[in-house]
Design a protein around this ligand. Structure first.
Ligand code: ARG
Ligand code: ASP
Length: 730
């Protein structure tokens, strides 16, 4: 991100490669060979929609054909009116005047799962409402539209003095924020669904108010079978070439006046101010695209000490997850019943596990640590004469040094001890007891629980903890307990043998005792005691250190961020992601994952069929899709990737682009220069994931499902082509 010099010059577009491919199969590669030479400049940054005007000239030069007001306007309909925060951490987009919404399959997964049962297994078979009446309500699921955003820095910082101590400062700011929120909401008194948040940008140097309108009646309309929506599973997660049809379809409902309303059968489809027209023209390498969505969290302006911490933390977290995955995967391979129980858990563990590996590799390869150190030296020289900035790097460094030990140990709590499933159960029981309630036996937990797997995981994680955590951060008596038991196996064995929590029948028997006895027995349960020992130590010795260090970091980063902006006045700083709406733009483009290897930016149905293997769970193509392929039944979604004389038809599936995205961007609309929907964002390549700390234009790629594959699946696999009639196709 900083020195943008690396990258493009090094690329070799060998025509040999193309020729070889052409001999094998006449796919899209022909197009790629033609267009690879014109690769557009990749772009770093996630921009605030209301300030996009500063970016628009650059966007236009690269192929954007609309205006800043088209992207964001308060007074007239604009693209922002078709983008929502979906649930608590995804993005979705409106594609019809009747409230039809697209997001990822992995974003709607919980809802699809919750409607599934043995009678109708929508995860396996897919789900398609064939009429409005068949759409399924989802209590708790909301979507939020941005009504407007506003720079409120002056009002939030009113009365804040430079010499205030941090606690008083934060109090003053919190009070000002409350007042701002009230002011913003007053206008909408008596109207449903308005919500407001004030978010800090640039480490508290700027504050923006975001006014949202939240709708709570969002119904499931359709989802492909997991063998399409999650095709490739964890094998392909974060990977390219990719063939995942990662989408699902919902509809927003409102009351008769188009206002937010709780679920009611009387509600009607929401009429959006804007919905995205869908382009079926397809994208070529080099074509401009932009992503409009809600990126969750990035840290682009941190110091080398932060990077150093990540590079210590990642390997520890990765190793602990590897151990868990080895145990779980072996058990899953040995027993199909265990496979079903642990599939989703394994997917969750594997997601960040793979991401961290890519991140560490990327930081290593880019030399982020060294670059940051060199930058800091230059900054320090510049800052030396300026009282406002001199010494800020030293103060940041001391804050990191003060927190490093606790932070190191914290990983062995969160990724270690607290990742033992029995501990999440102990936490649940503890919370219930503390609230004066009798815990209910959690059937959902036990339905998917194998104590034997958990015992093995616990052995591995307790061993990690014992070997790595310095004595000061260990619970008192832990080392002695371990020694007394005669080793980790024995120690963990006792815990699992003696705890009633490891077995639902025993827990049920305990909770059925007279209240007083039950409370006493639960409080004295070995798992509950074990959990308390670690949770208390964490609360007493780790949290206070981390919180104190974080307070200092917050204060000093505020200064350092401001300093960096003054130090490099010509650089265009975009605020770190914080789940607020952003625009990222770039171009459809492949990349070189390693020397001599080129990844093309487009995949097709051909790749799905090539991966097809009924014996491999992740690659078991549904029969309906196999049939389409055999009969070349692609309807209007067929694309000729051969030549005019010798046509060869297939369906495009996924594409790569250079847009700067992160977690939370899943489900985001991927748009062409005219603001038409060409894809749905769902992932990055694992080699991109250091973009949360340093974006590398040569390597960082977001992955989208091609909208034509989405439409093909809706029509040909789902038989729900009537949904497409609602959309505006171009
Ligand atoms: N890697 C993507 C993201 O971070 C997709 C995760 C869901 N898919 C999976 N196979 N676990 O959200
Ligand atoms: N898969 C991520 C998400 O769910 C996107 C990413 O990390 O690129 O938001």
């Amino acid at each position: 991100m900083r020195e943008a010099a690396h990258g493009h010059g090094m690329r070799i577009h060998s025509s040999d490669n193309c020729d070889n491919f052409m001999n094998k199969k006449r796919l899209l590669l022909f197009l790629w060979c033609l267009s690879a030479a014109f690769s557009a400049l990749a772009d770093e940054g996630m921009w605030l929609p209301s300030l996009i005007g500063r970016q628009v000239d650059d966007m236009k030069a690269k192929g954007f054909r609309l205006t800043a007001v088209d992207i964001y306007s308060v007074n007239q309909a604009s693209l922002k009116d078709a983008v929502v925060l979906f649930g608590r951490g995804c993005t979705g987009e409106l594609v019809s005047p009747e409230g039809l919404l697209l997001t990822n399959h992995h974003c709607g997964y919980g809802q699809i799962q919750s409607h599934s049962s043995l009678q109708h297994d929508y995860l396996t078979d897919g789900f398609w409402a064939m009429s409005r009446e068949e759409e399924l309500p989802n209590p708790g699921l909301t979507v939020s539209f941005l009504v407007r955003m506003e720079d409120v820095t002056d009002r939030v910082l009113a009365g804040v003095k430079d010499d205030m101590d941090e606690t008083r400062r934060q109090k003053k700011i919190a009070a000002n924020i409350e007042r701002e929120k009230e002011r913003a909401l007053k206008e909408y008194k008596g109207q449903k669904g308005y919500e407001v948040s004030v978010e800090s940008l640039y480490y508290g140097n700027q504050y923006f108010l975001f006014l949202f309108r939240t709708y709570g009646d969002v119904r499931l309309v359709g989802a492909p079978p997991s063998a399409i929506g999650k095709f490739g599973g964890d094998t392909d997660n974060w990977m390219w070439p990719r063939h995942t049809g990662d989408f699902s379809v919902f509809r927003i409902y409102a009351d008769a006046d188009n206002q937010p309303a709780d679920y009611s059968p009387d509600n009607v489809p929401y009429r959006p101010r804007h919905w995205f027209p869908v382009s079926t023209a397809g994208m070529d390498e080099g074509d401009f695209t932009f992503v409009y969505g809600c990126p969750g969290s990035t840290r682009e302006y941190v110091t080398s000490d932060h990077v150093a911490r990540v590079m210590v933390s990642n390997p520890n977290k990765i190793r602990m997850r590897t151990e868990r995955l080895d145990i779980i995967n072996a058990a899953m391979a040995a027993d199909p019943a265990v496979r079903i129980k642990y599939a989703s858990k394994a997917a969750n563990i594997a997601n960040a596990w793979k991401k961290w590996q890519g991140e560490s590799l990327g930081l290593e390869r880019l030399g982020t640590l060294g670059k940051k150190r060199a930058y800091e030296e230059r900054f320090a020289r510049w800052a030396a004469g300026q009282p406002e900035y001199a010494g800020v790097l030293e103060r940041l460094r001391s804050a990191y040094e003060a927190g490093n030990g606790a932070s190191y140990a914290a990983d062995f709590y969160t990724e270690g001890i607290f990742s033992i499933e029995l501990m999440s159960l102990a936490n649940y029981v503890t919370v219930a007891l503390e609230a004066g309630e009798m815990p209910v036996v959690p059937g959902l937990f036990y339905k998917d629980y194998e104590p034997e797997i958990d015992r093995q995981v616990a052995c591995a994680l307790v061993r990690e903890f014992a070997e790595h955590v310095p004595a000061v951060f260990m619970p008192d008596g832990f080392a002695e307990g371990l020694a007394e038991a005669g080793g980790v196996e024995e120690y963990v064995g006792r815990l699992f043998d003696r705890s009633a929590l490891a077995d639902s029948a025993r827990l049920a028997a305990l909770t059925a005792l007279p209240r007083k006895e039950a409370v006493a027995a639960l409080t004295a349960d070995p798992a509950v005691e074990f959990y308390a020992m670690f949770a208390d130590t964490y609360r007493q010795r780790i949290s206070p250190v981390l919180e104190e260090a974080d307070r200092t970091l917050a204060r000093e980063y505020r200064t350092y961020m401001r300093g960096q902006m003054e130090f490099e006045p010509e650089r265009n700083f975009y605020p770190d992601a914080n789940l607020t709406l952003r625009v990222a733009y770039g171009a459809v483009e492949g990349y070189n994952p390693e020397d001599g290897v080129r990844h093309l930016p487009v995949t097709t149905l051909e790749g799905i069929i090539a991966k097809d293997n009924p014996d491999i769970y992740d690659y078991d193509v549904p029969d309906a899709l196999r049939r389409c392929y055999e009969e070349k039944d692609y309807g209007r979604w067929a694309v000729n990737v051969g030549t005019e004389e010798e046509p060869y038809y297939t369906v495009p599936v996924a594409f790569l682009a250079t847009n700067h995205t992160t977690g939370g961007n899943s489900g985001s609309p991927v748009l062409n220069g005219d603001g038409e929907l060409v894809g749905i964002n769902f992932d990055r390549t694992w080699l991109s994931t250091m973009s949360d700390l340093e974006f590398d234009p040569a390597m960082c790629r977001n992955i989208s499902v091609d909208i034509r594959y989405v439409l093909f699946v809706i029509e040909k696999i789902g038989g729900a082509g009537y949904l497409i009639d609602e959309m505006t196709l171009r």
